[in-house]
Ligand binder design. Structure first.
Ligand SMILES: Cc1cc2nc3c(=O)[nH]c(=O)nc-3n(C[C@H](O)[C@H](O)[C@H](O)COP(=O)(O)OP(=O)(O)OC[C@H]3O[C@@H](n4cnc5c(N)ncnc54)[C@H](O)[C@@H]3O)c2cc1C
Length: 298
C-alpha cells in the first residue's frame, strides 16, 4: 500500500501522526532510519482508534518505550510505531502497597519515588533505563531480581482496541520474557512492601555501584546485546573469544563488558548488525553455543 493511501487510514488524526519520523533519535543507540508513521495517542480512546485502524488495514504496528533495548535498522521501519508518552499513559497511583503505573512511566523515577516512600520491591531495578511498558515486556532485571516477581496484574489492549487484564495466576515471567502476547501493555500493578527508606537507598546505591563498575553506562548502547545461555555468561564467552574492543565501522565491543556493543561517532545500524553476526559466529565456533539476542532489531 502506498504512503498516500496509508495516510488516509489516519484521517482526522493528523495532530498525533507524524510521517517519516526519524526513529533512531528515540533510542539509546541513537541509530537507524525513519518510521513510516510515528503516532503519539493522547488518550486511550485515541489509541484504540489507531490500533483498530492499523488492524483493519493490515498496517504493521510496533510500540516504542524509551528505546533502551532496541536497534532500528538504517532502512527504518514500515508501518506504525506507537509511543505512549501522553499524560494518560504515564499516570502513577499508589494505593497502600499496590502501585499502578502507566506504560509510559519512567522506571528509574518510580524506583526512587518508592524508595522515598519506604516501599520496597523494585529498588533492585535501579539503573535500568526504560518505561514500565518496556520493563514489563522485557521482564527487566538482573542478578538482584526482576520486575516480573513484583507484578500483580497488567492492563493490556488487544489488536481490536479492547482493554483487558491479566493477573498473577495467568502471568508468567521468565528470563527477559513474559507470556504476554497482547501488542500493547497499558499499565502494570506492582505489589510492594513496607521497608526502611535508608535500607532501600543502600540497596539502590549497591546496585548502582555494581552497574557502574561492570557496565559502560555513559555510552550509546542498548544494554546487554545477547541473553545469557542457561548457566553461562554471554559476556564471559565473548570475552574469552577475544572479541573485546573488536570494531566494525563505528560499532565496538565494550572493553568494560563484552556483552555491550557501543555506537561510536559515525556508527550505522548496519555496523552493529555486522558486529553482532561476527560475535555470534565466533562464539559458535569456540563454544558451540548459539547466542540469542536480548536486544530487539526493528
Ligand atoms: C545502559 C543500559 C543498561 C541496561 N541494563 C539493563 C539491565 O540491567 N537489565 C535489563 O533487563 N535490561 C537492561 N537494559 C535494557 C533496557 O533498559 C530494558 O530492556 C528496558 O526494560 C527496556 O525498556 P524501554 O521502555 O526502553 O523499551 P524499548 O527498548 O522501547 O522496547 C523494548 C521492547 O518492549 C516493547 N514495549 C515497550 N513498551 C511497550 C508497551 N507499552 N507495550 C507493549 N510493548 C512495549 C517494545 O515493543 C520492544 O519489544 C539496559 C539498557 C541500557 C541502555
Amino acid at each position: 500500500m502506498s504512503g498516500k493511501l496509508r495516510m488516509n487510514i489516519f484521517n482526522g488524526l493528523e495532530k498525533i501522526v507524524k510521517k517519516d519520523y526519524p526513529l533512531g533519535q528515540s533510542t539509546w543507540f541513537g541509530l537507524g532510519g525513519r518510521a513510516e508513521y510515528f503516532i503519539r495517542p493522547q488518550t486511550i480512546a485515541q489509541l484504540a482508534d489507531v490500533v483498530k485502524r492499523c488492524s483493519e488495514n493490515s498496517v504493521p504496528m510496533r510500540v516504542l518505550g524509551f528505546g533502551s533495548n532496541l536497534l532500528v535498522r538504517d532502512e527504518g521501519v514500515k508501518g506504525t510505531v506507537i509511543k505512549l508518552d501522553g499524560e494518560e499513559f504515564c499516570k502513577v497511583k499508589h494505593d497502600g502497597l499496590i502501585l499502578t503505573a502507566g506504560a509510559g512511566a519512567d522506571l528509574g523515577k518510580l524506583v526512587l519515588d518508592c524508595v522515598r516512600r519506604g516501599l520496597g520491591g523494585i529498588e533492585i531495578l535501579a539503573g535500568i533505563p526504560g518505561s514500565i511498558g518496556g520493563a514489563v515486556r522485557m521482564n527487566a532485571g538482573g542478578i538482584f531480581g526482576d520486575l516480573g516477581s513484583a507484578i500483580e496484574s497488567v492492563t493490556l489492549m488487544d489488536n481490536d482496541g479492547n482493554i483487558f487484564e491479566k493477573s498473577k495466576p495467568e502471568l508468567s515471567f521468565d528470563y527477559r520474557q513474559t507470556n504476554i502476547t497482547a501488542k500493547i501493555i497499558l499499565a502494570a500493578q506492582i505489589k510492594l512492601y513496607e521497608a526502611d527508606p535508608q535500607h532501600l537507598l543502600k540497596t539502590v546505591k549497591e546496585v548502582w555501584i555494581y552497574k557502574k563498575n561492570t557496565q559502560p553506562l555513559n555510552t550509546k548502547s542498548a544494554g546487554c546485546v545477547f541473553k545469557n545461555p542457561r548457566g553461562m555468561s554471554a559476556g564471559a564467552m565473548i570475552d574469552r573469544t577475544g572479541l573485546k574492543g573488536t570494531k566494525v565501522g563505528g560499532a565496538v565491543v565494550s572493553e568494560k563488558h563484552a556483552n555491550f556493543i557501543i555506537a561510536e561517532k559515525g556508527c550505522k545500524s548496519s555496523d552493529v548488525i555486522l558486529l553482532i553476526d561476527t560475535i555470534k559466529q565466533q562464539v559458535k565456533e569456540k563454544f558451540d553455543v548459539e547466542l540469542e539476542l536480548e536486544i530487539e532489531i526493528w
